[in-house]
Design a protein around this ligand. Structure first.
Ligand SMILES: [Cu+2]
Length: 254
């Protein structure tokens, strides 16, 4: 009896030890799993030499967009249009301003294919930005005659009728340039193709905001251009892994 009791006590102690040990292992394992999970969602330290430039282009002064007179093809073009040459949002955000980083090589990969459409007798988008070497497909979604007239000087100018059956034409742009587009059929149609030397550009949307991501660290003279308000520059010192915020202000011309 006594021997059996000793054996039972040993067995019980061994079982308790085993359970205790396995609990300890579980408790040790849990924090390890949490730690591993935390690591997997944490942002890794930046090892690239790139940064981000964000910001806003604003117009200081009162402005209400004018309207354009539609003189023909009203069944397709509509009766009235907002003048796209100066579009200002509620908080002064300037639309269709082009912000770019000059002086860099081509940089990050970017599509060399772009599209601009003629829709309801407007160029859509009103401002298209492409890198050098890009081929632009100029669509005619209206099903009426348009005429695409580029007023380019550095790139070969073109002046091409685009009848209703010609759904698209293509043009390639080799050199950086700000190119006005006009339609000789509809005098109010204006558009722009901006050819840039590299891939570091953005066009402001309704709120005037822009973002240039993955820009190599360095000191730049950041450029902004707007078709009515002109150009401006601002010095930017961009450090690797950091973001710089820039505000461009245009004032009403007297
Ligand atoms: Cu037209």
């Amino acid at each position: 009896m006594e021997r059996t009791t000793v054996l039972a006590a040993c067995l019980a102690a061994w079982l308790q030890l085993t359970v205790s040990c396995s609990k300890e292992r579980e408790q040790e394992a849990s924090p390890a799993r949490e730690s591993s999970a935390t690591k997997s969602v944490a942002a890794p330290p930046s090892i690239s030499g790139n940064g981000t430039i964000t910001g806003k282009v604003v117009f200081k002064g009162n402005h209400s967009a004018g309207s354009l007179t539609i003189s023909k093809d009203k069944e397709v073009c509509g009766d009235a249009k907002q003048d796209p040459s100066l579009l200002v949002g509620n908080d002064g955000g300037l639309k269709n301003a082009v912000v770019q980083v000059p002086g860099l090589s081509q940089g990050k990969a970017l599509s060399k294919e772009a599209v601009i459409d003629q829709s309801k007798c407007e160029y859509v988008p009103h401002v298209l930005v492409v890198p050098t070497g890009a081929t632009v497909t100029i669509k005619n979604s209206d099903g009426i005659l348009h005429n695409v007239h580029s007023l380019s000087q550095l790139n070969a100018p073109f002046n091409r009728a685009q009848p209703k059956f010609m759904k698209e034409i293509k043009e390639t742009f080799a050199k950086p340039e700000i190119i006005p587009l006009r339609c000789d059929v509809h005098g109010w149609m204006t558009g722009w193709i901006i050819v840039t030397e590299n891939a570091y550009f953005d066009v402001t949307q309704d709120d005037g905001a822009f973002k240039l991501a993955d820009v190599p660290a360095g000191k730049y003279s950041l450029e902004v251009w707007h078709e009515t308000l002109g150009s401006a520059t601002q010095a930017v010192d961009l450090k690797a892994g950091e973001a710089v915020n820039v505000t461009f202000e245009f004032h009403k011309k007297q």
